[in-house]
Design a protein. Structure first.
Length: 303
């Protein structure tokens, strides 16, 4: 099956923590994305939100728009409220040819949670799960009808974090609900990336590729660090630079016909991890591993 390799601009500039690359111009992010070989990029806070302006900027560097993160609130909002709120974002994605939206439900507070101990985060109560699954399925159907499908991002510090929570959510949602599979968030939450992927690969529509440093992961969980504290300590890195068995994971994707984006999203301090060096390393490593796993990498740099 064919895949494309993209990257998230968080390699250069972190929207949640402006001191991490906040002074890096968008032009630097995009020119280095192109130089490293990527076919596309996800959205970041510095990207224009006008369709024609964004298309012009991306075309300058020969890049596709992969997708873009959205802070969802479907637990707290009605379906109509949530769809109306996200509509400008979906419109931008659709105008630029992106097929999925990176949607994380940050209800009950995410931005505080990324700076709080990982043990302190919002959760769904047992009596909330059934209605939640039905509600987010209906929202996903609205997205699909509009032309940009749901790629739900399990994420540290949110109501859907652990493998067990992902399992419960997948069991309670319909086919329109697609999963964004993130190797790094699975590891950090105490999960098993291989087993999680094997269980849900048929509904995985988007993949975020983070590698991890096991010594930092062990310390982060033992000391109940915050998510962002662990990032600053270097818990994540690009594929092939840590302990994740990416070849096995990519073989599972290949064997099950995955055909979409593989996105390098390695949150690090750019002052410690030079963005172009790590972006290039991540692209080369992921491309080689994907091809070894039986995937065909298309797009820029694939010849």
């Amino acid at each position: 099956m064919s895949v494309k390799i993209g990257i998230n601009p968080i390699t250069w500039t972190n929207d949640d923590v402006p001191e991490l690359g906040g002074d890096t111009p968008l032009e630097t992010c995009l020119s280095e994305t192109s130089l490293a070989g990527y076919a596309g990029t996800e959205l970041g806070g510095k990207f224009p939100r006008d369709s024609s302006a964004l298309a012009g900027v991306l075309s300058t560097y020969g890049l596709d728009l992969v997708s873009g993160w959205y802070d969802g609130r479907i637990l707290e909002n009605t379906i109509d409220q949530e769809f109306d709120a996200i509509l400008p974002h979906l419109t931008l994605l659709r105008d630029l040819g992106a097929h999925h939206v990176v949607y994380a439900d940050t209800s009950r507070g995410r931005h505080g949670a990324i700076h709080d101990p990982i043990s302190q985060r919002p959760k769904l109560m047992d009596d909330e799960w059934k209605a939640y699954g039905e509600k987010i399925t209906t929202l996903s159907e609205r997205f699909a009808d509009f032309g940009v499908r749901m790629a739900f991002h399990h994420h540290m510090g949110t109501i859907i974090e652990t493998d067990a929570e992902i399992d419960r959510l997948m069991a309670g949602t319909g086919e329109a609900f697609g999963l964004l599979y993130d190797t790094g968030h699975c590891m950090f939450s105490g999960g098993d990336p291989r087993a999680l992927l094997q269980r849900h690969v048929g509904r995985v529509v988007h993949v975020h590729c983070k590698d991890y440093r096991p010594e930092v992961l062990a310390r982060a969980r033992a000391e109940d660090m915050s998510f962002m504290g662990a990032v600053m300590e270097g818990i994540f890195t690009v594929p092939g630079d840590g302990a994740q068995d990416y070849l096995t994971l990519l073989k599972i994707l290949a064997d099950n016909g995955y055909a979409g984006w593989l996105v390098v999203e390695a949150e690090q301090d750019p002052a410690k991890a030079h963005p172009l060096i790590y972006a290039t390393m991540g692209y080369k490593n992921l491309k080689a591993l994907a091809e070894e796993a039986g995937l065909t990498v298309t797009g820029r740099g694939s010849e």
